[in-house]
Design a protein around this ligand. Structure first.
Ligand code: IMP
Ligand code: MG
Length: 192
């Protein structure tokens, strides 16, 4: 899997020491608050585990399953897998996601959670991509700012692969092209 990367952006040790800082800040900001963390799956599963074990607060955790990506492009349509939302009325909510890209996912998640009447909603992302956003979203906590490149690892996937890489890296163009070709062929086969 490592061989498919064009380059590594952040090694595991770099990620973890940045999470130490972020967790420290969040712990301080949410002391004496009724915090509920809502993690957006699947991309944030590793980030969630490593960040939350560094936050010694009596918080609650919920997960949402949301999808908007097909291959290496955002489909523009955000779908929620569940019908019931976490019970967050009157609570301070911190949304966790792997990456802020077009902003569509986090915008939709935020709107959906606001309808449940929480006391406050803030956003924490592992990565913030330097792109023009389709939807205006402000991230309150950001581990790393990155350029507009397709990255994988540490929870982030390309066609459901690479999520278990312990580092974050830029996927090589050949691998992306080959993966997209595979999707194209299987779609063509499905149509008949
Ligand atoms: P947005 O709705 O365009 O902001 O995209 C958010 C979701 O798209 C993230 O939660 C990721 O699952 C996925 N995504 C965006 N950029 C990348 C990337 O560079 N690599 C892998 N997944 C990405
Ligand atoms: Mg994804």
């Amino acid at each position: 899997m490592l061989a498919d990367l064009k380059r590594v952006l952040y090694h595991e040790s770099t990620i973890l020491s940045r999470l130490d800082e972020l967790a420290h800040q969040i712990t301080w900001d949410y002391r004496d608050h009724e915090l509920t963390v809502v993690a957006v799956l699947n991309g944030s599963f590793m980030f969630m585990g490593d960040l939350l074990r560094r936050i010694p607060l009596p918080l609650a955790v919920d997960c949402l399953s949301v999808a908007s990506y097909v291959g290496d492009k955002s489909s523009g349509i955000v779908t929620f897998d569940q019908h019931t939302m976490p019970d967050i009325a009157g609570r301070d909510v911190l949304i966790l996601d792997d990456i802020l890209d077009s902003g569509r996912t986090l915008h939709a998640v935020r709107e959906r959670l606001l309808a449940e009447k929480p006391k406050s909603v803030k956003i924490c992302v592992l990565l913030r991509k330097h792109v023009e956003r389709a939807k205006e979203v402000v991230a309150d906590y950001v581990a790393f700012d990155i350029a507009d490149e397709f990255v994988v690892g540490y929870g982030l996937d390309f066609i459901e692969r690479y999520r278990n890489l312990p580092c974050i890296g830029v996927l090589s163009e050949d691998v992306i092209a080959a993966g997209l070709e595979r999707i194209r062929k299987s779609e063509a086969a499905a149509v008949g």
